[in-house]
Design a protein around this ligand. Structure first.
Ligand code: SF4
Length: 566
C-alpha cells in the first residue's frame, strides 16, 4: 500500500489546453466580479474569496503537447480578454486570403468561391502551442497553480460516485513495475470541482463516461487524425496570410479526408492532412495519406526547395453536437475536445473549446456561491452551453460528419443543403446516424480493400518522410525504463484474429511507428512489439483498434512530444 499525500484544492483542471486555461483565467476574473457585486449589494449571495486552483499537465511545459492546424477564430479569446493582442497574445499572422482547392491525382481546381465555412479572412494563424504557453503565463500571473509533468492518472470518487479530485501518476517505476531509487508516489489532489479538458479521447474523460454512463442516449464519438509538418519554404513559394483547404486527392471517395496549407511568418508553411478515423479500408495509413498528399504537383510546388522543420499528429473530435456526452456529473465537468466541442465543418475547435471552458467557469462560480458541487448546480453548464453561440454554431452542422460516412458526394450535397436549412440531414445520413469509427473498418476481402494504395510512395527524405524520421522532428522522448503506457489487453488477438482479419492495422493507423508485428524466426508466429517511446500521444490506437483492446493511459510526466512553436 503506497502512502500518498493529500492536497486539498478547490478546483482542479486536468490538462493545460485552450479550454482549461481559458476556464481557469475566466474563473479568477468571474470570482472577483462576483465578490465585488455582492460587496456592493448589487448581487445576492455570498462572497467566494480566494480559491485554490490547480492545473495539472502531463507535458514537460504548458504547450508541449498542444497541436493545431491552426487558424483561430478570435471570438472566444476576445470575450476572455478583449485586449488580447495588446496583452501580447502571440498570434503569428492575420489571414489575408483564402481558397478551396479540389485535387484530382494530377490536377487541382480552385473553387470559384470559397465555401462560407472555410472563409477565414481576418482570423489568426497561430501556433496553438505558443498561445497556450502564453495563456499559462497569464494564469500564473493571476495566482493559478500550474503543475507541468503531472499527469492525472486516475479519478477519485467518493462512496456515492461523486468526483472528489484526481490522483497524479507515480514517478520512478521501472519497466518491470518495480520502484526505482527516484520513486515518488503520485499525490491525491482533492477538489470540490474537477474539470476534464484533456483534449480528444481524454483518458480520464473516457473512464468517467464509461463509469457514469455519460454517453447514454448519445451517438458514438467520431474522430479524425490530423498529421502535420511545418516547413520553411523559399521566399515567394506561398504567401504569408494565405489559407488553403483542399478536398480530393489522395483520399478515396469513401474516406473522409482533406488537407490544409497555411502561410505563416518568415516563409514558414503549416501543412497537414486530416483522415477520418471511420475509414473502411484497413490498409489506410493516415501518415502515408499525408505523405502522398505532398506529392501532388500543386502541393509539391509549394514545398519545392524548402525543408521540413517539425512534425506532429493529433486526433480531433469530428462528430460534433450529437456526439457530445452529458457534460457534468457530481463534482465534475467536461470541456473542449474531450466533450466533442469541435466544429467539424469549419475544422475549428479552439474557439469552442475556450468558450466551453469559460461557461464552465461561470457554472463553478454559481456552485461556490451556493456551496453545492453536485449535478444539481453543475447541470447549469449544459444549459449555458445550449444558450450560447456554441449551440448555434454546432447545432447548425450537427449532421455534417455523419453524412460523409455515406461517402464524399453524399457528404458534400448534404453540406450544401444543411447550409440552407440550418443542419437538416435530408436523408444523407447513414441509418444509425454517426457510427463509431472502429465499427466501420472492414475486414480484408470485404468491401474495397486496396493493399497497393501506397505502392508508389517513396520516402525520399526531401519531400516525403517515413514515420521514424518524422517522429524525430516531433522531438518525442519518454524514459524507456518505465512500464508501457499502451495497454494491449489481449495480444493473442493481435497474433491470430487481427493478423488474419485486418493484417494488424495498428501498424498503419499509428502515425509514429509504435506498433510492429514481428515474426518469430523459429515458430513463424507473429508477435506484437510496442515501441512506446515513439508515441506522440495522438490517441489514434485507443480509438481506431477494431477490437477495442488498446487502452492509452498516461505515461510518466514530462514524456511525449515537444510541440513548441507548432
Ligand atoms: Fe498515437 Fe497510439 Fe501511436 Fe501513440 S501509440 S502515437 S497514441 S496511435
Amino acid at each position: 500500500m503506497i502512502e500518498r499525500e493529500q492536497v486539498p484544492m478547490d478546483v482542479v483542471f486536468v490538462g493545460a489546453g485552450p479550454a482549461n486555461l481559458a476556464s481557469a483565467l475566466h474563473l479568477k476574473a468571474e470570482i472577483k466580479r462576483h465578490d465585488e457585486l455582492v460587496e456592493k449589494g448589487f448581487k445576492p449571495g455570498r462572497q467566494i474569496g480566494d480559491l485554490e486552483i490547480a492545473i495539472v499537465e502531463k507535458g514537460s511545459f504548458v504547450g508541449a503537447h498542444i497541436l493545431s492546424g491552426g487558424v483561430m477564430d478570435p471570438i472566444a479569446i476576445r470575450e476572455l480578454m478583449p485586449d488580447f493582442l495588446a496583452q501580447g497574445c502571440p498570434v503569428d499572422t492575420v489571414v489575408t486570403e483564402d481558397a478551396a482547392w479540389y485535387l484530382t491525382p494530377t490536377r487541382g481546381f480552385v473553387a470559384p468561391i470559397t465555401p462560407p465555412p472555410l472563409k477565414n479572412k481576418g482570423k489568426y494563424i497561430v501556433s496553438l502551442s505558443k498561445v497556450c504557453e502564453w495563456l499559462g503565463e497569464k494564469c500564473e500571473e493571476a495566482g493559478i497553480n500550474i503543475f507541468p509533468e503531472f499527469p492525472a492518472a486516475e479519478i477519485l470518487y467518493d462512496e456515492n460516485d461523486a468526483v472528489i479530485g484526481v490522483r497524479t501518476g507515480d514517478k520512478g517505476i521501472d519497466k518491470d513495475g518495480h520502484k526505482k531509487p527516484n520513486f515518488e508516489p503520485g499525490v491525491d489532489l482533492l477538489a470540490k470541482v474537477t474539470v476534464l479538458g484533456e483534449g480528444s479521447r481524454g483518458s480520464l474523460a473516457k473512464q468517467l463516461m464509461s463509469r457514469l454512463g455519460l454517453m447514454e442516449g448519445k451517438e458514438p464519438q467520431v474522430f479524425s487524425l490530423g498529421v502535420k509538418e511545418l516547413w520553411e519554404v523559399p521566399e515567394g513559394n506561398f504567401a504569408e496570410g494565405m489559407v488553403v483547404h483542399t478536398l480530393g486527392f489522395p483520399s478515396d471517395t469513401r474516406t473522409y479526408g482533406g488537407g490544409w496549407i497555411y502561410g505563416m511568418k518568415n516563409n514558414v508553411v503549416s501543412i497537414g492532412y486530416v483522415t477520418g478515423l471511420d475509414y473502411e479500408d484497413p490498409n489506410i495509413d493516415p501518415h502515408h495519406e499525408f505523405q502522398k498528399y505532398k506529392t501532388h504537383p500543386k502541393v509539391a510546388k509549394i514545398l519545392a526547395g524548402g525543408k521540413m522543420i517539425k512534425y506532429g499528429a493529433k486526433t480531433i473530435n469530428a462528430g460534433g453536437y450529437y456526439t457530445m456526452p452529458k457534460l457534468y456529473a457530481d463534482g465534475v465537468l467536461i470541456v473542449g475536445d474531450s466533450a466533442s466541442f469541435l466544429n467539424g465543418q469549419r475544422i475549428k475547435g479552439i474557439h469552442t473549446a475556450m468558450k466551453s471552458g469559460m461557461l464552465a467557469a461561470e457554472t463553478i462560480v454559481g456552485a461556490f456561491d451556493h456551496e453545492d458541487f453536485s449535478s444539481k448546480t453543475l447541470k447549469h453548464f449544459e444549459e449555458k452551453v445550449n444558450l450560447s453561440w456554441i449551440y448555434d454554431e454546432l447545432h447548425a452542422v450537427r449532421n455534417f460528419h455523419g453524412a460523409f460516412q455515406k461517402g464524399r458526394w453524399s457528404g458534400l450535397i448534404n453540406t450544401g443543403l444543411q447550409f440552407l436549412t440550418k443542419g437538416m440531414a435530408w436523408g444523407f445520413m447513414p441509418k444509425e446516424h454517426h457510427v463509431a469509427g472502429h465499427e466501420r473498418m472492414q475486414k480484408l476481402g470485404e468491401g474495397k480493400s486496396d493493399a497497393s494504395r501506397y505502392a508508389e510512395l517513396k520516402f525520399d527524405k526531401e519531400l516525403t518522410f517515413d514515420k521514424v524520421t518524422d517522429v524525430f522532428y516531433g522531438a518525442v522522448a519518454h524514459d524507456e525504463d518505465q512500464p508501457s503506457h499502451l495497454h494491449v489487453l489481449d495480444t493473442e488477438i493481435c497474433a491470430t484474429r487481427c493478423a488474419e482479419e485486418y493484417d494488424n492495422p495498428c501498424q498503419r493507423f499509428c502515425p509514429a511507428a509504435v506498433y510492429e508485428m514481428e515474426t518469430d524466426a523459429v515458430s513463424g508466429r507473429k508477435e506484437l512489439k510496442v515501441n512506446f517511446s515513439n508515441c506522440v500521444h495522438c490517441k489514434t490506437c485507443d480509438i481506431a483498434d477494431p477490437y477495442q483492446i488498446i487502452n492509452w493511459v498516461t505515461p510518466e510526466g514530462g514524456g511525449g512530444p515537444n510541440y513548441k512553436g507548432m
